[in-house]
Each structure stands twice: as structure tokens, then as C-alpha cells.
Design a protein around this ligand. Structure first.
Ligand code: 5MM
Length: 341
């Protein structure tokens, strides 16, 4: 394990004003996204769409530190034959790869899941490194509901995240550790706060047992939010304060950076809340984004599968990347959002 190299890559992933593009939708998820814009999910369409994002060169160079890819994409070539990994590297961004095999039902825990993919992971990591990946991602999913999460769901998922993270570092790949507490449901923000704290405390305990070096990882958590169906929604400032409070309580300062997921928030909400956290400041880590939907929704709608729309889609992506770059510095405002749009 090369600790200096792991820390160098982890630090670059959360460089000031930059964040991660989560483009690692698996087959089912990208089909859902394409269905929403009336595009058939063929290998060529997936390649064309992702290539248009990666060829948005200025935005990629200025605001995107790295891209999380899916297995299919890390092996694909652009229309001109250049490997997509090279297209990404040419912009200055770092290629990464999702290595989990998805969330599967957890036995005897109805409604809960365990993320699978540990068997054979060492061999897969060796291949991904050869293909150009320098970091990895594994997402654990924690649902809030009546009587859940259970201890089993929290503990099993934290243990799997730690085993994954240790395997990554053994192969000189930076692990993104993503325990996502879902915003589905009608729970309050206080319940989300308690569950997020439980999940993060357990994850860092397991990372310690697994001897994971905290300086060579990136945390990808949810923000502390009320459930999407909760009757009491709250201002962005409260979300920022509660999220920071939980993180300060759970995340050691050795971790170089925290890159939030957007989790179904609207794109502007995800930007505004990241900005609110950075305006609060006073934390030992860089706070940035690792957004999928909040970076891609606008370009997907603008593209809608038509070659004529590629420029419009790239403008939409540039705009969101720029707004999130500002939010990562605490320099975004609603006025800039409107003017730049
Ligand atoms: C891009 O979506 C990722 C992969 O999802 P599936 O494995 O379910 O297809 C997802 O893990 C994503 O990287 C994170 O949840 C962040 O994306 P959002 O859209 O929540 O910002």
C-alpha cells in the first residue's frame, strides 16, 4: 500500500472548487433515466450520452475532479476510438469505478438490503487499476421506516464497506465509502439525524477494525434531511447545521474530504445546501459534491437522445458543474444561479 499516493489522489478528488461526477448508473438505473427522456437504453446511446458529458472539456477541467464509472463505461471507446478513460484523463479529471454489485435483500430483515460484491473483489480491483481507475465506490443503502433500520442492516453494511475499503487500499485505489441513508418516506429530519449518526459511527468503527487509512479515503454521505414525504420541511440552513453537527461528531479529521450524494434532491437544492454548509465553515475536511442526478438531470433532459441537442446538453452540464463548483467554495448565490442560467 502506497499511503502517500492514496492521500494524493484522495486530496485531488476533493480539490477546492471541484467535485465528483457520479456517472456509474447500473443497467437498470440508466434505463430508468433514459425512459424518462424517451431514449432507448442501448450500449451506443449510453456511450454517446456519457461521451458528451466527458467531452464538456472546460467544465470537466474546471469543476470535475473525478468521474465514477460503471463497468461497461470503463471498457468503452468514444465514437472516434479513444478510450473513454483517456477522454476523461485528458480533461485532468481522475477516472474511478463503482465496484459494488448492488443492494440485495438482507435475510430476516424485511425491507432492508445488504450491498454485495466482496467475493472476487481483489481480482476485479487489479483489473480496474490496469484499465485506469484510481479510485472506487461502494454504496450501502440504509432505509428509514417503522422499526428500521435494524442493527443487522447497519452492522452488516458497515462491515462490508470496511472490507471493501481495505481491499481498495491494498491495491492502491482510494475507496469512496458511501453509506446512504435514504430520504424516501415521511420521517422527520431528527430521525434522519439519529440514523445518519448511527450509521456513520458504525462505519468508522468498522473502518478502524479493518485498518483502513483514513487519509486515503473519501466519505460520500447523505445530507441530514427530512423524508421527502415529511409534512415538516425545513430551511437549507437547518439542513446544513444538522449535517455538519453529525459529521463533526462522527468523522475523524484525518479524512481529507466529504463528497455528498444528492439522493433525489432537486439539482438547485443540492447546490444550495452544499453551499450553506461551506458558508458555515469551521470543519477540518473539504466539503464537496459527488452528484449523479443533481448533475445529470438537466443535461439528460436537454439531450433527449438527439445529436442536434448535444451543445445544449453540454451547456446544461457546464452550468450545474459551475454552480456546484461555487457551492464547494461557499460562493454560490441564488442570483448567480439565475444570471448564469
Ligand atoms: C449514479 O447512481 C449511482 C448508481 O446507482 P445504481 O447502482 O443504483 O445504478 C449511485 O450510487 C450514485 O453514485 C449515488 O447515489 C449518488 O447519486 P445521486 O443521484 O444520489 O447524487
Amino acid at each position: 500500500m502506497n499511503l502517500a499516493e492514496l492521500n494524493r489522489v484522495a486530496t485531488a478528488m476533493v480539490a477546492p472548487g471541484k467535485g465528483l461526477l457520479a456517472a456509474d448508473e447500473s443497467g437498470g438505473t440508466i434505463k430508468k433515466r433514459f425512459d424518462a427522456i424517451g431514449v432507448e437504453s442501448t450500449e451506443e446511446n449510453r456511450r454517446d450520452y456519457r461521451e458528451l458529458l466527458f467531452r464538456t472539456t472546460k467544465a470537466m477541467h474546471d469543476h470535475i475532479s473525478g468521474v465514477i464509472l460503471f463497468d461497461e463505461t470503463i471498457r468503452q471507446k468514444a465514437a472516434d476510438g479513444t478510450p473513454l478513460v483517456k477522454v476523461i484523463e485528458q480533461t485532468g479529471a481522475i477516472p474511478g469505478i463503482k465496484v459494488d454489485k448492488g443492494a440485495k435483500p438482507l435475510p430476516f430483515c424485511p425491507g432492508e438490503t445488504i450491498t454485495e460484491g466482496l467475493d472476487g473483489l481483489r481480482e476485479r480491483l487489479i483489473e480496474y487499476r490496469e484499465l485506469g481507475a484510481r479510485f472506487c465506490k461502494w454504496r450501502a443503502v440504509i432505509d428509514i421506516g417503522a422499526g428500521i433500520p435494524s442493527h443487522d442492516a447497519i452492522n452488516s453494511n458497515a462491515h462490508a464497506l470496511a472490507r471493501y475499503a481495505a481491499l481498495c487500499q491494498e491495491q492502491d485505489l482510494v475507496p469512496i465509502v458511501e453509506p446512504e441513508v435514504l430520504m424516501d418516506g415521511d420521517h422527520t429530519i431528527d430521525r434522519c439525524e439519529a440514523v445518519t449518526m448511527w450509521a456513520l459511527k458504525t462505519v468508522f468503527q468498522e473502518l478502524y477494525y479493518a485498518k483502513v487509512n483514513l487519509e486515503g479515503m473519501v466519505l460520500k454521505p447523505n445530507m441530514v434531511l427530512p423524508g421527502a414525504k415529511c409534512a415538516t420541511q425545513v430551511p437549507d440552513e437547518e439542513i446544513a447545521e444538522k449535517t455538519i453537527r453529525v459529521l463533526k461528531d462522527c468523522v475523524p479529521s484525518a479524512v481529507p474530504g466529504i463528497a455528498f450524494l444528492s439522493g433525489g434532491q432537486s439539482d438547485v437544492e443540492a447546490t444550495a445546501r452544499l453551499d450553506a454548509m461551506n458558508k458555515l465553515g469551521g470543519v477540518p475536511w473539504h466539503l464537496t459534491f459527488s452528484y449523479g442526478r443533481a448533475l445529470q438531470h438537466a443535461p439528460q433532459v436537454a439531450w433527449s437522445g438527439k445529436t442536434d441537442n448535444v451543445t445544449a446538453a453540454q451547456s446544461a452540464f457546464s452550468h450545474r458543474a459551475e454552480m456546484n463548483g461555487l457551492a464547494a467554495l461557499g460562493k454560490w448565490t441564488a442570483d448567480i444561479e439565475k444570471q448564469a442560467a
